[in-house]
Structures are given as structure tokens and as C-alpha cells.
Write a new protein. Structure first.
Lengths: 337, 337
DNA sequence: ATTTAGCATTCATAAATTAGAAGTGCTAAG
DNA sequence: CTTAGCACTTCTAATTTATGAATGCTAAAT
């Protein structure tokens, strides 16, 4: 079993390493523990045997192993209070966006990235249960029109298009009427199909140049499906600011992960709504990063958010912020009940 | 004056350096010029006196100076043909987005970034002359509503909001009617003002909880003004792929420029619609980059686009692509006349 | 008058050496 | 069980050395 003093030493080392990114020596921490450096060294040997600490080489200080971080996070980390300043910044966002939760979450996460210098990822799981609510067109000047498609959950897709000269506005209106009649209330991922088999055969009766017009609408609906996997990554280049990422190849490796479409799956895998911490290897991204994930309930839709940083990230600080955001978002959701 | 052979040597050096990023030696190019390396060296001395070439140190090969690039771009560069493959990719974009020019330009530029590994910046100058066309609300399930504001140029701003429980839907409808009556046709940058002085005083008559509702609309309109300075940067991290940017500090310097709000002004400064090349210092961004800028005419709005790369960027290739895009966009604009 | 071969010269890069500092592990005394 | 003391290990940074690439210049060749 691990003694109280060993716990204290581990805590000290983890927190010091998080702060400085430099291996921690026995000398450096013996004062705060009221014992000599030799004593600390003896304990460090035992902590290393328990695989909670590591060394880079014979005479370097100790750094936490992944198990060490895990133990710290599970057993030693004290709930960290947010600074008043940070709280105020978040409050400002909450107050200014009282009515639009989607926007609130977006801005909050951007702020988290800005404050912590970590990278955040917001995964809107949007169109999963969305149904088409209506299609609308607005004639603009010249022969341009604005087409809009709206879902029952309030997602909007719009396209600004130039009407080919051989297409009459009245034809467009008929097309829109047709779509509204036949396709409304269809789940968004089935719209393409329905367009293809139900609308396309009929549309040619109404519209001379139906090909062009049909394609335009078809495209617009496809956009919805793409947005379903809407990934917003904020502060990708924050990794450059971390001292452990001065090696340009490591940075490249991580930045490439952001392009990888597989990232979404890795991030999404979460199952409940708690705040979860994945350290190094556990993140399934790279051994060099940790990820803190959670889900928020926005207007009945699930939004996954993830904060990604170096393994020595300030877990407590991030958890505190996510908690605070969750609390407030929760409060805002309450209102509707 | 500069002799024909000197021009040939300069061309050779610039193109070789663009290809390899390594200083070019006399030996390396003497074969393609049918003379000995000593002759080339003699000429190189003269080109250096003319400030068209530089050396890193006594016995390094030569690299083009900024003047050298300038001379190359102005006098030596041959119009480069696009590869059939690249052309095809662009064609696919043009064909698939025939009706939505905004989307077309966005995707084209993304493709340019992907093909060239440079960074592109699209500056939509959107709301300059936009006027509010209409405000619309769509009631959703529970007590959520979707509010939309549309301009005469077809820009859309929408917000998904939860109705506070003490606000009736009928009150919202009245608010929207009021805005439509009083504010429609106002230039978008004057809307805030008009809301403040004409709508706000009246709204309290109709809506009990008017503060919340008023703020929500106020915000939505503000978004428009923000989008006026809509900057889209694609491929920021492409700089990491260039061999001259292995120094992490240089990369940081450039990435920071992208955050700098001043970047927009620097990029915008263009005056006519030609394709312009700014080399190194001329770019007013960093001595280490070059920028190729131009403006496209999209539905009567000006869109500035800029491609940013290392000074040894493939000027010819980029110009060819931008030309090709401009040609096609032009063709698509024609249709409406 | 050009061009070119030849060679000494310059400088960068990489490898090898050295010196110094940091921090450990172990031993033996407190 | 704690700690002082010291030998030991390894990193880092500074210095040296060697190698190689490419130059500028001189003098001969065309």
C-alpha cells in the first residue's frame, strides 16, 4: 500500500511538473515536506517501483508516469476553484447569449481554449433526429434567389443562387411547393432518397430546366448531412505554445490528427454525461496528449466537447471550468421545463 | 544592362531554388547552360552586384534576393499551364456548385490550398451595402423558436433560442412584425442604431419581458456586422510542411499573424482586380512570405482572396490557378446578364 | 576578349572531445 | 527511520576537429 507521505510526494511532483514541465528533483520538494532530500529520494525509489514515477535517465529528476497522473487525478487532485476573473468572463458569455444555447456553448469553449492554451473540439451531433420542417425561397435583386431549408430542431441551411436565364421564378416557386408538400417531415438523412424517387420524377413536369434546379436543392440537403458531423476545433496551434512540443515533428503529428476524419469517432466514443479524463495512451490519439471529454445537453441534442492538452495539463482547472459551464447550461435548459 | 545569359542563369537559379529550397551552386546549373561552372560563377558575381542574388555565407550557393524574385516574376516567369488533373478537380467544383458562387469560391480556394500546400485567405466583404430584407420566426417544438434575419443580398443570420417562460409566442410575433415594419430596408450597419432608438422605446408596450427579447435580436444583428469582416483562413499549418519553416519560432510568428486582426487590413489594401504578387517585405506581413492577391466579383460583392506561401513559392502555378478560377467565376457571373 | 581549369580560401555542418552541473543511489552514522 | 556525505551517471553546453561544398581568383587556353 501507498503511505500518506508517498501520496504527498507524488502530489507534489505531479503538480510541480504540471507547472514547470521540468523533471522534479528531490531537493526541489524536500522543504515543503519537512524532511531531507535523501528521505524524499528513498520514497521516490518506491514510487518508481510502483510505476507511478519515471526517470528520463539515471540522474534526472522524476516525472509522473501515466499511472502516476491517473493516481493523481483519481485520488490526489483537489477540486480547483476557478478564478473570479475567469468566472466573470464565462458569466459575460452566459448573460449575452441567454437565449441561444448553441452559441453559448461555442463561445464558452473558445474561452476555455483561450484561457488554458489547450485545444478544444466541439462535436455537434446535429441532424441525427432532425426532420425537414420547411423549404423557403426569397427572391433577391436581379435574378438571384435565396433558398433555405429548415429542420424541426431549428437548423438552417441556405444557398444563394443565380437563376439560370431559362428558368422562370414561377417554376422555382412550384418546385419549392412540391418539396414542401412531399418531403416535409422526412428525417433529414432520408431526404436525398425521397428527392430522388419522389420529387425528381415529378419535377420535370413543372420546370423546363429541372436538372439544374434539382441539383441545387439536392446539394443543399446534402450539406445537412455533412453538418451532422460538424467538428469545430479551436486553438489547434496552442500545442506550439507548450514547451514539450518544441519538436516540430511531434507538432506535425498532432496537427495531422486534426485532419484525420477518424478523430471524430475517437472523440465521440463517450457513453454517459460525466466529465471523463483520458491520459496519454488512453486518449487513443497520441501518447503525448490527454483529453478531457464530456457531453452537454443542448436543446435536447447531445453535444460532445473535448479539451486536448499535453499530459501535464491542468486537469483540475479544466474540470472546474467544464463543471461550471455544465451547471450553467443546465440551468438555462431548466427554464424551458 | 543584364545580358541574355545572365537572365538565363537567374531564371535557372530561381526555379531550382523554388524546387529544392537549397542554395544553388554554379556546378549544379552549368550543364543546362552549356558552359563551365567557372563561367557561371563569373556571371553570378555580376548578378550579385545587381542585387538579384544573395549568398548565405562565403561558400554557399546563391539564392534569389527579393529583387531577384521580383525580376523573375516580372520578366522571366513563363505562363505555367495547369495540369489536366488540377483542372479537372476545379471543373468538378464549378459544375457541382453551378448556382452558388459563394460556395464555389470557397471550395476552389480550399482546393488551391490543398494542391499547393500554401495558406489561403478569403475575405468576404459581405455586409457593406446589405440592407435588411426581412426578419422571420419559425416556432419549433417545446418553447423554442428560430429567428432569422435576411438581407437583400441574401445573407442569412439565424439564432435558435429558448423562449423564457414568461414570454408569450404572440409577443414574439408582435416584436417581429414591429421590426419588419420599422427596420426593413435599413443598411445593416445602421440597424443597431435604429433598433435602439426606434424599436426599443415601443417594444415594451407589446412585450412584458422585452429586455431579453430585444437583446436577442440586437445580438443577431450585430453578428452581421461581425461577418462583414469574415475571414476564412485555410491551411494555416501548411507552413509547417515547408522546409524553410523547421524553426518553430518562425512558424509561431506567422501563425500569430493569422490571429492578428490587423491582417485583414494588410490583405484588403488591394485596389484593382488584377492578380498581384507581393514578395517578402512587400507583403507587409513578414519578410519570409510572399502573397498573391486578387479580387473576385461575386454577385456584385467584392471578395478578396490571398494565397500566402514562402518566398520561393510557385508563383506561376498559383497565378495560373487564380486566373482559371477568375475566368470561370466570370463566366458564371455572365449568365445573369 | 571570353572561357575555363586549377587551386587556395572560406564557411557550415557534423562528429568528437571536454568540462561542468544536476541529481541520483548507496553507505554509514545519527 | 532519517539524513549527511560522497561516488557515480548522465545531460548539456562549449570547444575542438575534420570534412566537404562551393566560392573567388589567377593564369592558361580558346
Amino acid at each position: 500500500m501507498i503511505t500518506e507521505r508517498q501520496r504527498a510526494i507524488l502530489k507534489c511532483i505531479v503538480e510541480e511538473y504540471i507547472k514547470t514541465a521540468k523533471p522534479v528533483s528531490s531537493n526541489h520538494i524536500c522543504n515543503s515536506l519537512n524532511c531531507s532530500s535523501a528521505t524524499v529520494r528513498n520514497e521516490m525509489v518506491r514510487l518508481e517501483e510502483l510505476k507511478l514515477l519515471e526517470k528520463n535517465h539515471f540522474a534526472s529528476g522524476r516525472i509522473p508516469s501515466e499511472d502516476g497522473y491517473r493516481y493523481y487525478v483519481d485520488n490526489l487532485m483537489e477540486p480547483k476553484e476557478m478564478t473570479g476573473e475567469d468566472m466573470l468572463k464565462l458569466q459575460t458569455i452566459f448573460r449575452n447569449n441567454e437565449l441561444d444555447l448553441n452559441d453559448t456553448i461555442k463561445r464558452s469553449i473558445e474561452l476555455v481554449s483561450e484561457i488554458t492554451n489547450y485545444t478544444s473540439i466541439v462535436l455537434g451531433n446535429a441532424s441525427k433526429d432532425n426532420r425537414l420542417k420547411k423549404v423557403e425561397i426569397v427572391p433577391l435583386e436581379a435574378n438571384r434567389i435565396l433558398t433555405m431549408a429548415i429542420t424541426d430542431k431549428g437548423f438552417v441551411e441556405h444557398k444563394n443562387m443565380v437563376l439560370p436565364e431559362n428558368v422562370e421564378m414561377s417554376e422555382v416557386v412550384k418546385t419549392v411547393e412540391l418539396i414542401n408538400k412531399l418531403v416535409v417531415n422526412t428525417p433529414i438523412n432520408e431526404v436525398s432518397e425521397k428527392l430522388e424517387y419522389e420529387v425528381k420524377p415529378i419535377i420535370s413536369k413543372y420546370v423546363k430546366q429541372h436538372e439544374v434546379l434539382y441539383n441545387a436543392f439536392y446539394d443543399a440537403f446534402n450539406e445537412f448531412t455533412n453538418k451532422a458531423n460538424d467538428v469545430r476545433v479551436v486553438g489547434r496551434t496552442n500545442f506550439l505554445k507548450q514547451p514539450e512540443f518544441t519538436n516540430i515533428d511531434k507538432v506535425k503529428e498532432i496537427l495531422n490528427k486534426f485532419e484525420d476524419s477518424n478523430l471524430i469517432n475517437t472523440i465521440t466514443a463517450d457513453d454517459d454525461n460525466d466529465i471523463k479524463i483520458y491520459i496519454g495512451e488512453e486518449s487513443e490519439i497520441t501518447d503525448d496528449v490527454s483529453v478531457i471529454k464530456t457531453k452537454y445537453d443542448i436543446n435536447g441534442e447531445e453535444v460532445t466537447i473535448a479539451i486536448m492538452g499535453p499530459k501535464r495539463m491542468e486537469y483540475g482547472k479544466v474540470v472546474a471550468m467544464l463543471d461550471y459551464i455544465k451547471e450553467n447550461i443546465g440551468g438555462m435548459n431548466e427554464k424551458e421545463k
